[in-house]
Design a protein. Structure first.
Length: 449
């Protein structure tokens, strides 16, 4: 039964009343069939007042939000398995939407006029990133950081600014993070309050590296979320030069170094270009060479090399004892027939095993956070000491097996230094800096001929 308005005659609309009458009271709303006569008048179909109209009342909005909350809560708990099966390719989007519609209609008894809007909210949460969707699709945005319900920050071409977006409440933010975690098979709770994971399937253009800090470990009373976007299409040599990451002679130097089997570390702070640079160079490894890439977050990949294996960290979740960290995977890599050994990010005692690989004939490539090409070595030494009783001077000597340190800053390859020996008197490595501030220093390379 549709809802129609009965047309009033001119005389009826001129009726004097002693009290003001609200505009919506001028027309009587009655349920009749379209085209039927009412008091001699033919009814006019004005459509069912639904959620598409601008005149939605606050009450209707609240109803829709309430139903959406209930539906999302149901799918992130009782139906979490269906989420996970979809992520694994064992469930279809159509089936999930059908289940959601059925739950609204049969279980929650939602009025049909509310269902389309509720389903729209549900679909954005489940198959996208809700209010962050446009930011994730934006090719110029590299990072999205949810600092608070009304404070969503972005990094656009290296510069941070406000996105202008906000969540309506802490409850909406909490629900959003819960759904994102659930659909990526991650449990966020008091015993798993710090989680980092990768979403490779939601967006066709980007791999999303996500870090969640639950409210259990924050001082703000709410959770934080950071999303780093890694393009699924690697930048070409020409694009890297055009973007200013490298100069033409720098990229030729690095390509020649990788193909010649030189051992390299890329250093810099977050979003400096380390992963972009290393990702490009993976494709430059000769095809007759074998390699293994070990990483905590699935950011490094190749679509062209036939003999690269990729391993990822598996952290224990909840009370589970299953855990394979960077150290475990690095040790496993040493037992495999490899030529190239790559660690996505060195940040702990796996540094010692990385160096063991470098000292046993493997071509090692990796990234580490550092302030310059030379200070990166000190950082690696610190990590190596976590897993050994070696003196610093002995570890420095061992690091002499590395060939090149590349320092990146603000998406620019600022420094390239070669390790060419060890100074016994100073107990330090001897460096030959080839590039400083992207400019040749005039020193000839002693590593890449």
């Amino acid at each position: 039964m549709a809802l129609f308005k009965k047309k009033k005659s001119a005389e009826e609309q001129k009726i004097e009343v002693s009290e003001p009458v609200a505009q919506e009271e001028i027309s009587e709303e009655i349920e009749v069939g379209e085209g039927e006569e009412v008091d001699g008048e033919v009814t006019e179909n004005v459509g069912e007042p639904g959620i598409e109209e601008e005149e939605i009342g606050e009450e209707l909005d609240e109803d829709v939000k309430g139903y959406a909350d209930s539906l999302l809560s149901y799918f992130s708990t009782a139906q979490a398995k269906q989420f996970n099966n979809y992520k694994r390719g064992k469930e279809t989007k159509e089936n999930i939407l059908a289940s959601a519609y059925n739950h609204l209609e049969k279980t929650l008894k939602v009025k049909k006029r509310h269902i389309p809007k509720v389903m729209e909210i549900f679909e954005k949460f489940v198959f996208g990133y809700h209010i962050l969707d446009d930011l994730i699709k934006d090719m110029d945005v590299s990072d999205i950081k949810v600092v608070g319900t009304e404070d969503i920050r972005v990094k656009v071409k290296g510069r941070r600014r406000s996105s202008g977006l906000k969540f309506s409440s802490k409850a909406e933010l909490d629900r959003f993070i819960s759904i994102i975690a659930t659909k990526n098979e991650v449990n966020v709770s008091n015993i798993n309050a710090i989680q980092t994971f990768t979403d490779k399937t939601t967006n066709p253009d980007f791999i999303l590296r996500i870090t969640v800090l639950d409210s259990f470990v924050t001082s703000a009373g709410h959770s934080y979320m950071h999303i780093r976007k890694i393009p699924k299409t690697k930048m070409s040599k020409e694009q890297l030069i055009e973007a200013g990451l490298v100069t033409p002679d720098q990229i030729e130097y690095l390509i020649k170094a990788v193909r010649a089997g030189k051992k390299m570390i890329f250093t810099g702070k977050g979003a400096s270009g380390k992963t972009t640079m290393l990702n490009f160079l993976l494709d430059q490894i000769p095809e007759d060479m074998s390699g293994m890439v070990i990483q905590e977050n699935e950011e490094l990949f190749t679509d062209v090399h036939p003999d690269l294996m990729f391993l990822k960290v598996r952290m224990n979740s909840g009370e589970s004892k299953v855990r394979y960290d960077l150290k475990d995977l690095t040790i496993a890599g040493l037992l495999t027939d490899l030529d190239y050994f790559v660690i996505g990010e060195i940040k702990g005692d796996e540094a010692l095993y990385f160096l063991n690989a470098a000292n046993t004939g493997h071509v090692c490539l990796g990234t580490v956070h550092g302030e310059s090409s030379i200070k990166a070595v000190d950082k690696v030494v610190d990590y190596m000491k976590y897993a050994s009783d070696y003196k610093k001077v002995d570890l420095m000597k061992m690091l002499g097996s590395l060939d090149i340190i590349v320092y990146l800053e603000n998406f620019k390859c600022k420094e390239i230094s070669e390790i060419v020996g060890f100074d016994e008197a100073r107990e330090d490595l001897i460096y030959n800096t080839i590039y400083m501030n992207q400019t040749p220093t005039g020193n000839e390379s002693k590593v890449v001929i």
